[in-house]
Design a protein around this ligand. Structure first.
Ligand SMILES: [Zn+2]
Length: 330
């Protein structure tokens, strides 16, 4: 119901845009810039997603704090949707379970079971624990859109046991997501879950098919930002990967998670932040390339655009140009 109300409130600007979701992904500490929700509204954006550094608990701690409640309240008043984009595997499958049952965890390239990253997706018990904990986190971090984002460990490999080895890391991720998506649907009937195509899971899955409530989320972190993405069909994180993924997932629900506004990426994830190297022409060409492929949901990380960033560099005009570019009819 909230989504329908939001669409009405945004009126004709939303109707004219080819993109139903126009979002930014922020860290809790970026909200030291207290008027982020108002900036999002002014830019004609629809959605803020909260992300984190090391732990999901950073986000839980924030939304239960006074500044976090103020952020959620103001976003609600403005009709801005709030979501949570989380590298959650460490919380979904706690590492201390390794002492109880090693078979839950992955086998590395040397053939050793290790609790370092991710899981063994052929462990029924691992999937069960993950599904239960996903629902537990969903009770604490409930998106206004019904769209959930529980990702694997950031850029880390999957299982190389004799059975898992048959599946790519994308397919292993999808096995987990299919299971979590079913569990979430029992908790929240409109729940949909992202399959993150990123780094080791950027290639399209073939041997595993997505559940109907699993949607593609495509994040080409290693692409170039000095030339349009349409000139990067091949090569590192090339656009061809999106096209392959769109043969496995519906385009209508697919979301692009971009880095155009991501000061943290351009700063190589180290403070102090650099000034955002915003390239409006590249951004607009990219928007066209995505729209031509049927994409209707676009977000960008905008991490490190916080109070300190404004003090150093002033108002980044990129936020309003980003919103305007996503609103224009192509
Ligand atoms: Zn395995």
């Amino acid at each position: 119901m909230r989504l329908l109300a939001g669409a009405g409130m945004l009126g004709s600007s939303r109707a004219a845009s080819p993109f139903a979701t126009r979002g930014v992904v922020l860290l809790p500490e970026d909200l030291t810039l207290k008027d982020w929700p108002d900036r999002v509204k002014q830019a004609g954006l629809t959605t803020v997603a909260l992300h984190h550094g090391r732990s999901v608990f950073e986000v839980i701690k924030f939304v239960t704090s006074d500044p976090g409640r103020a952020f959620l309240d103001r976003s609600g008043e403005l009709g801005i949707d709030v979501e949570y984009e989380l590298h959650a595997m460490n919380e979904l499958l706690p590492r201390w379970l390794f002492e109880q049952d090693q078979s839950l965890f992955r086998v590395n390239e040397k053939g050793e079971r290790t609790p370092d990253w991710n899981l063994c997706v052929h462990s029924a018990r691992a999937l069960e624990v993950i599904a239960e904990n996903a629902v537990a986190i969903a009770r604490l971090l409930r998106p206004t859109t019904g769209r959930y984002f529980y990702w694997g460990d950031d850029g880390k490999p999957g299982c190389r046991c004799a059975t898992c080895r048959e599946l790519s890391d994308s397919e292993q991720a999808l096995v987990v997501e299919n299971r979590v998506a079913k569990a979430l649907r029992r908790h929240d009937p409109r729940a949909r879950l992202a399959h993150l195509a990123y780094s080791g899971t950027l290639s399209a899955p073939r041997r595993v098919k997505p559940e109907p409530n699993v949607f593609l989320e495509y994040a080409p972190i290693a692409r170039r930002y000095d030339i349009p993405y349409s000139d990067q069909m091949e090569g590192k994180d090339g656009l061809g990967n999106l096209e392959a993924n769109l043969r496995a997932f519906p385009a209508a629900s697919a979301q692009v998670l971009e880095y155009w506004l991501d000061v943290s990426r351009f700063s190589r994830w180290r403070r102090p932040a650099v000034k955002l190297p915003w390239n409006r022409d590249v951004f607009l060409a990219d928007v066209r390339a995505y729209a031509e492929r049927g994409i209707r949901h676009v977000t960008s990380f905008a991490c490190y655009i916080d109070e300190d960033y404004f003090k150093r560099y002033g108002e980044p005009g990129a936020i309003s140009e980003y919103g305007a570019g996503l609103r224009q009819t192509l």
